[in-house]
Every structure is written in C-alpha cells, then in structure tokens.
Design a protein around this ligand. Structure first.
Ligand SMILES: [Zn+2]
Length: 231
C-alpha cells in the first residue's frame, strides 16, 4: 500500500449526473447505484498508476478482464453514509477484484475481504490517501506488510487480509524483493551499493512506464530502495 495523490476532485460524468439530478423537476435522488462510474474508474486508475490501492496488484479499465477490472471502493463504508454521500469522489479509491467470487473468505483480499466482515468490523482508519499514514508502511524480506503504528498494522491483516496465508500476496511481495536484490547483486556486492546505483534502480523499478502504469507491488521496491539509500 502506498500514498495516492488524486489529480482532481470529481470526474465530469459524475458532475453532470449530479447537476442533472438537481435540475430535474422534481429533483432526482443522487445515488451510488445510479451514478455513472466510468469517469471515476478512469481517474482512479490513472492516479494510482493502474495498481490496486490496497494490494498493488494490476488493475485495468477493460470490463471484459474479470481478474483485473478496477472496482470502486468506499474508504468510509457505504453503510455509514447517506445515498448522496456515497457518491462523494473524495471517498473513492480503485481496487482489484480481490477474489470476490471465491467462496472461502480466507482467499479474498482488499475490499472483497473487508466487505465480507460485519458492518462494524468494516470500519478502519487505514487510508492510502493519508500521506503521513502511508509513511509508516514497511515490508519484511518475507513479504509481510506492516506499519510502525500498531493499530494500522493490525488492520492491514484484519481488515484487508494483505498477509493472508491463503493468498499469494505475501509470496509475491517476497519475490519482488528477491528480484530487486538479484538485480542489485549482479551490479555490486551487497553493502557496496552507491547512491547512484540505487537511484538508477529507482528509475527502473519505481517509475511508471510509458502508459502510466507502475509495476505491481511497486511499494516494495520503493520501500527497500529508500531503506538502502538512507543507510
Ligand atoms: Zn487489491
């Protein structure tokens, strides 16, 4: 999970929908169910570099691609909001499918996992739009994600299942770490990595490609390269 900086307040199709509802006579109710979602999906995907806001797996805008099609997640859950509040773009982030079709909850992640919890349990403080919070996120060589803040650390596992043994996330993050190590070690023995080498690796692993997409699990590369740069 990493900090997401949104580029805009509300996509045009959503603004138009709200305007039309308010102008109708009598005015129409503004609801999440009825609002157009394509503009929001697009803006979220672009702002996030086509990775899930929680697990950093690939997301895309192709609705035919069931595995990767981006879902809109409400940070403050919908059951805590009025109909109109549930259309507030500032509360949206883009997430992966999280295995929502799987029967076994232990295999779900992200909002698919959170959505299967009780209404009360769905409430969480974790928020990738909060920069200070995201600076507390860490990774272990085993791939485990945690936070230096105890409450947030607990929520990464308990609310989103980001360390679940029945998912591949931890393993995939460990592989990302190993790949980075392998490439660096090919250049120089560990401990002899210069700032320049690490910076060059940053450009390779942490910058979006020409389509604006980050590598999956980019937060792992960012974390470790920063960690070594500051040693
Ligand atoms: Zn995800």
């Amino acid at each position: 999970m990493r900090y997401i900086k949104k580029s805009g307040t509300e996509p045009e199709d959503l603004q138009k929908y709200k305007r039309d509802c308010r102008r109708a006579s009598p005015p129409l109710k503004i609801t999440y169910k009825d609002m157009p979602k394509d503009g929001s999906r697009k803006q979220l995907a672009v702002d996030q570099g086509y990775i899930c806001a929680y697990c950093m797996r690939r997301v895309c805008l192709d609705s035919e691609n069931k595995e990767q099609y981006i879902n809109i997640e409400h940070i403050v859950p919908q059951n805590q909001l009025t109909d109109e509040e549930a259309t507030n773009f500032s509360n949206f982030i883009g997430v992966c499918s999280g295995g929502r079709d799987k029967k076994d909850n232990a295999r779900k992640t992200c909002d698919a996992y959170r959505g299967a919890l009780s209404e009360e349990q769905q409430i969480m403080q974790l928020n990738p739009l909060n920069e200070a919070q995201m600076e507390t996120i860490r990774y272990r060589p085993t791939g485990e994600i945690y936070s230096t803040d105890k409450v947030l650390s607990h929520q990464l596992s308990e609310k989103l299942n980001l360390n679940g043994e029945s998912t591949y996330l931890k393993e995939n993050r460990a592989t990302a770490y190993q790949n980075l190590l392998k490439v660096l070690k090919r250049e120089k023995v560990q401990g002899k990595w210069s700032k320049t080498l690490l910076k060059n690796m940053w450009d390779v692993f942490c910058k979006p490609n020409e389509t604006g997409a980050y590598r999956e699990y980019v937060g792992v590369y960012e974390y470790w390269l920063k960690h070594w740069m500051h040693k």
